[in-house]
Design a protein around this ligand. Structure first.
Ligand SMILES: *Cc1c(COP(=O)(O)O)cnc(C)c1O
Length: 361
């Protein structure tokens, strides 16, 4: 077996222990004589898996009783539409804080359905190198909801505070930071996340929704995007992504066994500090973001030239690391260091960066 350190932003690394456990039962799961990939979603064996997975999400994330846990398809992008279609009332008003690429996509999607969709704050003219401060937000008190993207996967920034929305439900896209640290779910109306960054293989979004927000969606909403129906049908209105749910369960068990989200946070802080401390100690690399708003999951940096950036990507790949090239829209480098990235992987990267600096500085 030869595994490399995979710094992909998503789909991304899964814990080796989880892959091995899944592999061990891949042809005969728990004496069922079949793979989880082959079994009916209405079977008793799968029912145990989905019930257990929901319970584990509740336990690990600390989801209060007055919230529902939904599994939906179409990734986080389908949620851009679902949020708007399910939460917009007759006035069709929502506030979007634009702190990067995905929050902008969510905003554009809401424009398809709303009448009064506003930009409540943005750091676009600073290249999204920081998160807007509370005093920079202009919130509409009559909005149906406020939308933020909690961790900006492409730009490498993260909200360090939960904005005060004055009672308007707060909706957060947590695709790239879910399960990376403890979160106070009660401060949010909806938390959603595509699972392929920090939970499971692609194919699903986790939606945690306060029950009073399970309303009738706007007319014309496809049933598959209807939160209320999804909740009533226990996320089995149609065939769910069984395998993705199964791997979510194994990942949640892995997190729980290690000590839950406080331990994930401790590990993630430790890993990110290895990179940021080094970046701060040298002029060879540039870390563009405001230090206070730096993401623990996606670390962005670059050298002084595009030629060197390209060389870095090429040579790091030859040194057992993949996907360190930054997103095509921003260039430079990006190291995505989700829960499953071991500390040794980050140490390996920092050692490579030092060597690269020595040879090219
Ligand atoms: C990856 C990502 C998305 C898009 O997810 P899909 O599942 O591909 O639709 C949306 N938001 C954030 C924050 C992401 O990191």
């Amino acid at each position: 077996m030869s595994r490399i350190y995979n710094f992909s932003a998503g789909p991304s690394m899964l814990p080796l222990e989880v892959l091995e456990k899944a592999g061990a039962g891949i042809t005969d799961y728990a004496g069922s004589g079949m793979s989880v990939m082959e079994m009916s979603h209405r079977s008793k064996v799968f029912d145990e898996i989905i019930v257990n997975t929901k319970a584990l999400f509740r336990e690990v994330l600390g989801i209060p009783e007055d919230y529902d846990v939904l599994f939906m398809q179409g990734g986080a992008t389908a949620q851009f539409a679902a949020v708007a279609m399910n939460l917009l009332s007759g006035k069709g008003a929502a506030d979007y804080v634009i702190s990067g690429n995905f929050s902008n996509n969510a905003y554009k999607e809401a424009l398809l359905f709303g009448k009064d969709i506003r930009v409540a704050g943005t750091t676009k003219d600073e290249n999204f190198t920081r998160i807007p401060r509370q005093d920079e937000l202009t919130l509409n008190p009559g909005a149906d909801y406020v939308h933020i993207c909690e961790n900006n996967t492409i730009y490498g920034t993260k909200w360090q505070y939960v904005p005060d929305t004055g009672g308007v439900p707060l909706v957060a896209d947590m695709s790239s930071c879910i399960l990376s640290e403890p979160v106070d779910v009660s401060k949010y109306g909806i938390i959603y996340a595509g699972v392929q960054k920090n939970i499971a293989p692609a194919g699903m979004a986790l939606v945690v929704i306060r029950k009073d927000l399970l309303r009738d969606p706007i007319p014309g909403t496809p049933t598959i995007l209807n939160y209320k129906t999804t909740a009533e049908k226990d996320s089995m209105y149609n065939t769910p992504p069984c395998w993705t749910i199964f791997i979510s369960m194994l990942v949640l068990e892995w997190i729980k066994d290690l000590g839950g989200l406080p331990e994930m946070q401790r590990r993630n802080r430790e890993k990110a500090a290895l990179l940021y401390d080094y970046l701060d100690s040298t002029d060879f690399y540039v870390a563009p973001n405001l230090p206070a708003d730096r993401s623990l999951m996606n670390v962005t940096f670059r050298t002084q030239s595009e030629e060197l950036d390209a060389k870095f990507a090429k040579e790091s790949a030859a040194d057992g690391m993949s996907n360190l090239k930054g997103h095509r829209s921003v260039g430079g480098m990006r190291a995505s260091i989700y829960n499953a990235m071991p500390k040794e992987g980050v140490e390996h990267l920092v050692a490579f960066m030092k060597e690269f600096e020595k040879n090219n500085g």
